[in-house]
Design a protein around this ligand. Sequence first.
Ligand code: DSN
Length: 431
Amino acid sequence: MEGTFWGPDFAALERDDPEIAAVLLGELARQRVTLNLVASESPTSPAVLAALGSTLANKYAEGYPGQRYYGGCEQVDRAEELAVQRARELFGADHANVQPHSGASANLAAYAALAEPGDPVLAMGLPHGGHLTHGSRANFSGRWFHPIAYHVDPDTEEIDYDEVRELSLAHQPKLIICGAMSYPRLIDFARFRRIADEVGAYLMVDAAHFIGLVAGRAVPSPVPYADVVTSTTHKALRGPRGGLILCRSELAQRIDKAVFPFAQGGPMMHAVAAKAVAFREASRPAFRAYAEQVVRNARELVAALAEEGMRPVAGGTDTHLAVLDLRALGVSGRDAEQRCERAGISVNRNVVPYDPVRPAIASGIRIGTPAVTTQGMAEPEMRRIALLLATAVRADPGTPAGADALTGVRDSVRELAGEFPAYLPELVTTR
Ligand code: DSN
């Protein structure tokens, strides 16, 4: 392809729009000198980025392969067929829809396919690990449907399955949702299936957080149990930002119609092509090794942070993420997030179950290992990260000693990140 224009041309961007070119370089530099412990992020491969930056971004393709409302769709049809076929094979699903623009769009379509406005929907409460689209009053899910929340047990901090069943019997939900954004333990999909069958509800699993681990066979798959599985493609799966729906063949038509034309118009075909690339990458043995290492790293990091006085919610993790209760350290989640940010470590504040403090402050932080694992870090680095993170959380930037400590951590973070760069230096265009 030498000499043939096919897509991204950074030199042209630098010439035509140096301000945005500087943002792109700045973000790349940020990703290369900081530690990313945000549980929902991980660097994509250069191949995924190439598909995202391709001329497929120019194409309108409302409809589905072979049934579009535009001409000139022969290439994007092929991209979508490949994405669908690879998603079905990777997850062992009857049907896949790869058009949702995001996890929230995928969830909107799933609600539209499975329930009517006003229907009761049972899902995990947001403060206990659920998602905005699982019934928050600020979201369509809580405004247009009748949300009922289940919780975690106050002692074990694991899902209270007895409460799930009791609420299901009492409210007869049309739809039961499991899957969460900050729940570190495995979910008993078989038990959810039994409860859904008992009350005649659909079971939807929002697998956005752990779908990458499912692809890598590091955690059990929800596909055999769920009527519909929704997901993002950009977390531990390492694809482009976007959504995905898997379902049984009986629901295929309803799901497709709910995505287009109900919830969305034209799909983003560059993102669809990038999803196809990511699904192929995730089917390789190297991805399986990555997914297993993500979980090992999370366990190691959590154990080391527990030694530093941070209490792991639910006693630890089986996945890629953990929530750490910082109350014993006397530091709020918001302060911890800000201190870490100053030290070059990205985390997010997170409520703990039954948190007495409002979410904007929060008593904990959420951490995750997909990004640092993608960069090649393993258990020894998790121990180093735990020490850096604990030092940052304890450092009060209002005191000279605290400010110095944060500067020291920032230097060590830069050194560690430099040993495991997010993108290889030779791929980076510099001035
Ligand atoms: N915002 C995502 C997360 O960080 O988990 C969920 O939508």
